[in-house]
Design a protein around this ligand. Structure first.
Ligand SMILES: [Zn+2]
Length: 301
């Protein structure tokens, strides 16, 4: 399944946003949304057995401190989580879970390796959860500096977890990294997309992480695959839940950006000219997205 993928060598070390925020840095050309964080994340009911722990402000300021979205799935045999946020909100998350059920956390599925989604995972594992990630993103995690912990279970392509008689489907749909996982809950018609979908467009832009083997071409195909899945609610990696129509609109916008990029690149526009054009025409290309323009110039020729 990885035959067509090529890793693009970057001329400089490209940090993920997650790595930057984890180390208290801010991406160059900081866009709107940076500043002091708001109050701690809130619990949102999505379905009777499915809850979202989301930041109160879908802005970089809250992302940097609390991390990405975390999904809680309840079964009679225990809880399955999607992503962990940062470890500093671990106790708050455990309290929120306890307000819903007295069952233990049995599984924690990581959508990808970035710390705003995975840094709290070791603590959940220490408390008894089985952590699962794609093999590709386990490798990405293993390559990260100062990584002291790795999940013990990984998969490629597709996996299924049945907990308390309820089915959860894991699919590897890469793009943001080389092995993004989307988590599908068929009985609820809900899918967690990880950072293949981030919102809102202006504050937490869609970005490829080239350093972790992501690329725009795979990612666009992955969104097309997602659109073929049978869901009503999509929980993104950051920002509020959306429906299928909203994902279609986002996909159309992504494809337009990609086509415009390719045209500008073929006209041999400079990095600065490309950035300015994308900011002007799509309100995209500044802030964290600005850091990936160089990689896109190599990919989208
Ligand atoms: Zn990420």
């Amino acid at each position: 399944m990885n035959s067509t993928r090529t890793r693009i060598a970057m001329p400089f070390a490209l940090f993920s946003i997650a790595a930057m925020v984890a180390f208290g840095q801010q991406p160059a050309g900081r866009g709107p949304g940076f500043g002091p964080p708001g109050p701690p994340p809130k619990l949102t009911k999505v379905k009777d057995d499915l809850y979202l722990v989301e930041n109160q402000a879908a802005k970089m300021s809250d992302l940097a401190v609390y991390g990405g979205n975390l999904t809680i799935y309840l079964t009679d045999a225990g809880v399955l989580l999607v992503d962990s946020k940062f470890e500093r909100v671990h106790d708050d998350i455990v309290q929120k879970i306890k307000s819903l059920t007295d069952k233990p956390v049995k599984y924690l599925v990581l959508t990808h390796n970035h710390s705003d989604h995975s840094a709290g995972a070791a603590k959940f594992e220490a408390e008894g959860a089985q952590v699962v990630i794609s093999t590709e993103d386990r490798d990405n995690l293993a390559r990260a500096a100062n990584q002291t912990w790795l999940p013990s279970l990984s998969y490629q392509g597709r996996a299924q977890i049945v907990l308390g008689g309820k089915e959860v489907v894991l699919r590897e749909l890469r793009g943001h990294t080389s092995g993004d996982t989307v988590v599908y809950f068929p009985s609820d018609r809900v899918v967690c997309a990880g950072d293949l979908v981030t919102l809102p467009w202006e504050d937490i832009p869609l970005i490829v992480n080239y350093g972790d083997g992501g690329n725009w071409t795979d990612w666009s195909k992955s969104i097309a695959e997602l659109l073929m899945m049978d869901f009503d609610v999509l929980i993104p990696g950051h920002g509020p839940a959306i429906n299928k129509q909203q994902l279609t609109e986002l996909h159309n916008k992504m494809v337009k950006v990609m086509e415009r990029f390719r045209a500008l690149n073929r006209e041999r526009k400079s990095q600065e000219e490309i950035t300015q054009t994308l900011v002007r025409e799509f309100n995209w290309g500044s802030g964290p997205a600005g850091g990936v323009i160089g990689g896109m110039m190599q990919e989208l020729r």
